[in-house]
Design a protein around this ligand. Structure first.
Ligand SMILES: [Zn+2]
Length: 123
């Protein structure tokens, strides 16, 4: 990923996050810093349930999306944004334009989907 292009995706991700949590944050009447702490704990299972209660306004799908957005923002901080987490190749920019929080390239994603399907059939 061209470092010059990262801010564009970061802005998009922050926009998505704001649209997901904006209302909730307002409802909580909390300030921005406190809310960032809450969101930062999302991946911590121990606090997950508690945080979910705080975010009852979020449906399961929105919740998953928010987590992915947070992960992508974390990847930007680490300087690994836009890299497939499976094969470590760059995710094409065209894909990131559509799904700015994509973690995998299209090839790996379809592989993962296939594996999931096989697993679900075995169960
Ligand atoms: Zn890949």
């Amino acid at each position: 990923m061209d470092a010059n292009k990262v801010p564009k995706f970061q802005a998009k991700l922050e926009e998505i996050r704001a649209s997901l949590v904006g209302d909730v944050a307002r409802n909580l009447k909390t300030n921005k810093e406190e809310f960032s702490d809450i969101v930062a704990d999302i991946n911590d299972d121990a606090t997950r349930t508690y945080n979910r209660q705080l975010m009852l306004n979020l449906g399961e799908q929105d919740w998953e999306k928010l987590k992915q957005v947070e992960e992508a923002l974390g990847a930007i901080k680490k300087g690994v944004y836009g890299i497939c987490q499976k094969c470590e190749k760059s995710i094409p920019e065209a894909r990131l334009n559509i799904v700015p929080f994509a973690k995998y390239c299209v090839e790996c994603l379809s592989e993962i989907e296939k594996e999931k399907l096989i697993q679900s059939q075995l169960q």
